[in-house]
Design a protein around this ligand. Structure first.
Ligand SMILES: [Fe+2]
Ligand SMILES: [Fe+2]
Length: 344
């Protein structure tokens, strides 16, 4: 924002200061008219968030303190993210903010200056939306990833399995020509694939020797447990179209095999969701090339031949083809996130 725009905003903040109640009431009635809010609790959150925004606007901007105002925008995004308000809804609600004061500005400002005023406020709002969206998504993604990491710690595999499989799966999806949205979702939810391991007893999860048949049966349940946990979040929050659905697919089906010999359901071919077919290969490549207590790390070239050998049985042949095209990238990631190199 330039100096002229800043002076205008200081003026606007003073106008807001004299009309705080009117703006808030108008905004609330617009919000209710649009039927954007789900229940009392959500209304209360929006109300708090909105009052904060208006109060910060008045307090900081009427004093010309833009830095503190933007810092406070960060708090607003934390509030939204922790209450899990959908971003698109926030944007709609934010736009109602503009409607809640536009009459007021028209009344208070000379006609020939209105365009300058509106464009200055518009610029300010763009900055706010930029700050809020960046923080909001950072918080969301970090929460999902931290949750997945927690499971990894319990599993005693404190390496970079999640980081690598996340990268591998996105490379495969890109190679397969999947849409950008699919790639973004995959990047976020892939790390949740083994989250159901929290429900497996230590005696089995941490066992060093081979599992008995019964133990193996219990171990297999991590797929269903993980999927149920994610499903509960989806249902509880009434989320219809969201990336967690892909998370559920991957958690449930990442051990299915293309020929139907996998678990938990023995699905075959394209009955296995694409995300899970992709992830299965990414996960297997990483398991093969990583050192485990019971086995050494297998070099890249040998991992490639093992995967090719399992094309059509364990893996979808189309995905194996994509893997072969992208194999050098796999090798790069594997050495970039080398567990040994990062061990301290
Ligand atoms: Fe798994
Ligand atoms: Fe895994």
């Amino acid at each position: 924002m330039n100096e002229k725009e800043k002076t205008i905003i200081v003026d606007v903040a003073r106008i807001f200061g004299d009309n705080r109640e009117t703006i808030i009431q108008k905004w609330l009635s617009l919000l209710l008219n649009e039927k954007l809010v789900r229940g009392e609790e959500e209304l209360d959150y929006f109300k708090k968030g909105f009052e904060k925004l208006v109060d910060d606007f008045i307090a900081y901007l009427s004093a010309g303190d833009f830095d503190s105002y933007f810092k406070s925008n960060l708090e607003l995004s934390t509030m939204l993210a922790s209450y899990d308000i959908e971003y698109s809804k926030f944007i709609k609600v934010f736009h109602l903010f503009e409607d809640s004061y536009s009459d007021l500005i028209h009344k208070s400002v000379d006609k020939e200056l209105i365009i300058n005023y509106m464009s200055a406020i518009d610029r300010l709002h763009h900055e706010t939306i930029g700050i809020v969206s960046e923080t909001y998504f950072e918080i969301k993604d970090a929460t999902v990833f931290a949750l997945a990491k927690l499971v990894e710690y319990r599993d005693n595999t404190t390496g970079f399995h999640l980081e690598r499989t996340r990268d591998y799966s996105v490379i495969l999806a890109k190679e397969l020509g999947c849409r950008d949205e699919f790639l973004k979702h995959l990047y976020k939810v892939g790390p949740l694939h083994d989250i159901g391991k929290v429900g497996i007893r230590d005696r089995i999860l941490l066992k060093e020797g081979p599992l008995t048949e019964d133990e193996y049966e219990e171990m297999k349940k991590h797929t269903v447990i993980g999927a149920q946990a994610i499903d509960n979040i989806i249902k509880h929050r009434n989320m219809r179209k969201c990336y967690l659905k892909m998370g559920k697919e991957i958690a449930l089906h990442h051990h299915e095999k293309y020929d139907g010999s996998g678990y938990p359901y023995g699905l075959a071919g394209e009955n296995i969701p694409l995300s899970a077919r992709i992830f299965a290969l990414a996960d297997a490549y990483d398991a093969i090339t990583s050192k485990r207590p019971y086995k050494d790390a297998v070099p890249h070239d040998e991992a490639v031949s093992r995967i090719v050998c399992d094309s059509g049985t364990h893996f979808d042949p189309v995905i194996v083809k994509a893997f072969l095209n992208a194999a050098p990238e796999f090798a790069n990631i594997s050495s970039k996130y080398n567990d040994k190199a990062h061990e301290q």
